[in-house]
Design a protein around this ligand. Structure first.
Ligand code: RIB
Length: 329
């Protein structure tokens, strides 16, 4: 079926194309009766105004760009759903871009979105130099999620250091004496903060920190833990920097015949839905992904819809420990 054009609408309503354009863009005077005729012709023909074309006139597209680091990670899917639900509720659409944890691709997308017709941008889990974010934000309203920087004020995040401390203190409470941290990649600000939280809690307990760097994906958790035990290292607690790596770690332990939680207690981070369904179910640190996404759009919307800058420029969420069988001794 062919899409109706603005000409088709004008013909059906018996008015000029310029009149239809004025109705779509809500610009200039159009009498009440004419407006009704145009709107009903649009409905009858299921006419979808081209947002780019509208943007040329109004300089607004009611579209935002959302850039996430890993489309395959359920934490980011849930967060994206929050952004999208909030956007739709306000009459906006969302263009989704995925950087695959690649800073060059992230920079490419941020600049691309800035040059296109989006009204605002939400960047999640950014690793780019903060100056790139600042530069783009000077031209297009931008909100960062899952990253906090004293050099950029519009942000939604959880306290990663606090979350890591909760995880390590819990492992200590259940009797762990040698706790390794399988961290996320060290160019990720949230991974750096979690590592700091781990170190603080381990040092408080008078223990030596032990750290391995993964990449926030299943395979790195699996491979690092496999290699750790193959080397004969003695470890009775794992704090993984996210759930995907923790699930990889659980699988490596199962293959090696290590009993979780009796001989090895494991804590993840994020509280993605599959943590309920792995064996044993995974204790983790909850981050409210959906709410973070929803709030990020609301923060952006506040900036898009008001002339004066918003007072509420930052939103911090608290991480929570969620207890399950992987640490229940
Ligand atoms: O699972 C991906 C992790 O990377 C999340 O914990 C999120 O906070 C991000 O930085």
């Amino acid at each position: 079926m062919e899409l109706a054009t603005i000409r088709d609408v004008a013909k059906r309503a018996g008015v000029a194309v310029s009149t239809v354009s004025r109705v779509i863009n809500q610009s200039g005077y159009v009498g009440g009766e004419t407006q009704r005729k145009v709107l009903s012709a649009m409905r009858e023909l299921n006419f979808q105004p081209n947002r780019i074309a509208r943007g040329l006139v109004s300089r607004q597209t009611s579209t935002i760009g959302l850039l996430i680091p890993d489309v395959a990670n359920p934490f980011f899917s849930e967060l994206s759903r929050g952004v999208e639900d909030a956007a739709i509720a306000r009459g906006y659409s969302v263009l989704l871009c995925n950087s695959d944890w690649n800073p060059n691709r992230e920079n490419m997308y941020i600049n691309l979105l800035n040059g296109r017709w989006v009204d605002g941008i939400i960047v999640v889990g950014s690793r780019s130099d903060i100056s790139v974010v600042q530069q783009v934000a000077a031209e297009t309203p931008l909100v960062m999620v899952d990253r906090r920087s004293s050099d950029f004020e519009f942000a939604v995040w959880t306290d990663n250091r606090q979350g890591a401390m909760l995880a390590v203190r819990h492992l200590l409470e259940v009797g762990c004496e040698r706790i390794v941290h399988i961290a996320g990649p060290m160019d990720s600000p949230s991974a750096q903060e979690r590592r700091r939280g781990y170190e603080v809690a381990i040092q408080e307990a008078g223990m030596e920190p032990m750290f391995l760097e993964g990449d926030f994906r299943y395979a790195s958790g699996f491979e690092l833990v496999n290699a750790l035990f193959q080397r004969g290292d003695v470890v009775d607690g794992i704090f993984a920097g996210n759930d995907l790596m923790a699930i990889g770690a659980l699988q490596a332990a199962a293959n090696l015949g290590i009993r979780v939680p009796d001989n090895l207690a494991v804590v993840g981070y994020d509280n993605i839905p599959s943590t309920h369904y792995v064996s044993p179910p995974l204790t983790t640190i909850d981050q409210p992904a959906y709410d973070m996404g929803y709030s990020a759009f609301e923060l952006l919307y506040d900036r898009l819809s008001k002339d004066s800058p918003t007072e509420n420029q930052q939103m911090k969420f608290e991480p929570k420990l969620v207890l399950r069988e992987s640490t229940r001794r």
